[in-house]
Design a protein around this ligand. Structure first.
Ligand code: GAR
Length: 199
């Protein structure tokens, strides 16, 4: 991560933005600006109607929506996304429920400063439907993983994890709610550790 006092964090979302809000609230509660020179400066979404965008505005953040359906291919969308993100000169780009496969050009552009949260205990259950697959596999435990983003989907260096039990009678909805409550703890914690260690 680039050293300096202005560490801009840009968060990318596609949905409800609860991880984004948890990160923003932690950054304020834990005074990241004073302690690490870091603050969340913008929230971007590929879905103009993502509820997380209104939540971000309520939190006083700049928001941008770039509808991926308006671009002819992934490369064109990712190029526009890079331009929108780079306006904020980010030290860290945080994927928080950003449900797009990224091009290798995008991943290379943000090498070393791109992280994601995935709702499973990686390396188990990469990809989608992680909670149902954990239940179907008879797992006793599930969880979430914060990891660096590399060219290999859901395979970058693991930065932090949280574990929850899979309880009798769980379905994907109840299990995902239990995991999500841990995501809200583990994602801000992992980011703060990166800011502190790589400052
Ligand atoms: C979270 O559970 C996150 O782990 C998951 O999407 C949800 C977003 O919730 N991400 C992925 O599945 C990425 N492959 P949120 O919008 O409330 O933060």
């Amino acid at each position: 991560m680039r050293a300096g006092v202005n560490k801009n964090i840009v968060i990318l979302i596609s949905g409800s933005g609860s991880n984004m809000a948890a990160i923003v609230q932690a950054s304020r509660r834990q005074h990241w600006e004073e302690r690490h020179g870091a603050r969340v400066v913008a929230v971007l979404s590929n879905k103009p109607d993502a509820p997380g965008l209104s939540l971000a505005r309520e939190l006083g953040l700049a928001t941008t929506a770039l509808d991926h359906r308006g671009y002819p291919n992934r490369e064109a969308f990712d190029a526009a996304l890079i331009a929108a993100i780079d306006r904020h000169a980010p030290t860290l780009v945080v994927l928080a429920g950003f449900m797009r496969i990224l091009t290798s050009g995008f991943v290379a552009h943000y090498a070393g400063r791109l992280i994601n949260i995935h709702p499973s205990l990686l390396p188990a259950f990469t990809g989608l439907h992680t909670h149902q697959r954990a239940i179907d596999a008879g797992c006793c435990f599930a969880g979430c993983t914060v990891h660096r983003v590399t060219h290999d989907l859901d395979h970058g260096e693991i930065l932090d994890q949280a574990v929850v039990p899979v309880l009798p009678g769980d379905d994907a909805t109840t299990l995902s709610a239990r995991v999500l409550s841990q995501e809200h703890i583990v994602y801000p914690r992992a980011i703060e550790r990166l800011l502190a260690n790589e400052g």
